[in-house]
Design a binder for this molecule. Structure first.
Ligand code: SF4
Ligand code: SF4
Length: 189
């Protein structure tokens, strides 16, 4: 059974432990691959952590002219190969979630690879390990299904182009859309 990154937005307290954990991870050069955004500043204290969404068909890899971005057997979209990447930023422009960054000094792309060095050995990624509220978890897909009913999203509609992701988002109350989320394809109860 494949494991996915499950992020329950309702539990996030905006502490940024995931950002710090990511920065401190060995090999990350103190550059976080995790971002925590305020959703509606002034209206709500809601925050959302965003790593790479690990798209099933990743635009970053498809747009890379030198095939620097490999996809692991379990579907993890890896960071660009240091040897191959030419720092052209095509991946940055192509990603609908705005995830890859390019180190302008080293001319190399970096992004979340879901801590593949850990997850490939069955250990959770660093962000999930340090999150104090269990907002971020590395779980079997069936674990999500066996939880109390909650809307989740794993399909995203970008102007008619639907993208499925291996990062699954647990949504807050979307009935009122009070956090600004939209309901749509891929929302399941
Ligand atoms: S979210 Fe962006 S960087 Fe991550 S796999 Fe999808 S296209 Fe690539
Ligand atoms: S910056 Fe690197 S990984 Fe991104 S598209 Fe260019 S060569 Fe590929």
């Amino acid at each position: 059974m494949a494991k996915v990154l499950y992020i329950d937005y309702e539990r996030c307290i905006g502490c940024k432990a995931c950002v710090i954990g990511c920065e401190e991870c060995s090999g990350h050069d103190h550059l976080s691959r995790m971002f925590v955004d305020e959703l509606n500043p002034g209206e709500t204290v809601a925050t959302s952590p965003t790593p790479c969404m690990h798209c099933v068909t990743p635009a970053c890899a498809e747009s890379c002219p030198v095939q620097a971005i490999a996809i692991a057997d379990d579907g993890t979209v890896l960071s660009a190969s240091l040897e191959k990447c030419i720092g052209c930023k095509n991946c940055t422009y192509a990603c609908p979630f705005g995830i890859p960054r390019v180190d302008d000094v080293k001319k190399v792309m970096y992004k979340c690879d879901m801590c593949y060095d850990r997850t490939s050995k069955g250990r959770p990624p660093m962000c999930a390990s340090v999150c104090p509220t269990d907002t971020i978890r590395f779980v079997d897909e069936h674990e999500i299904k066996s939880e109390p009913p909650k809307e989740v999203q794993f399909k995203w509609d970008f102007g008619g182009t639907v993208i499925e992701t291996r990062t699954v988002i647990g949504l807050p109350d979307t009935e009122t859309n009070r956090y600004g989320y939209r309901e749509g394809d891929g929302v399941q109860s």
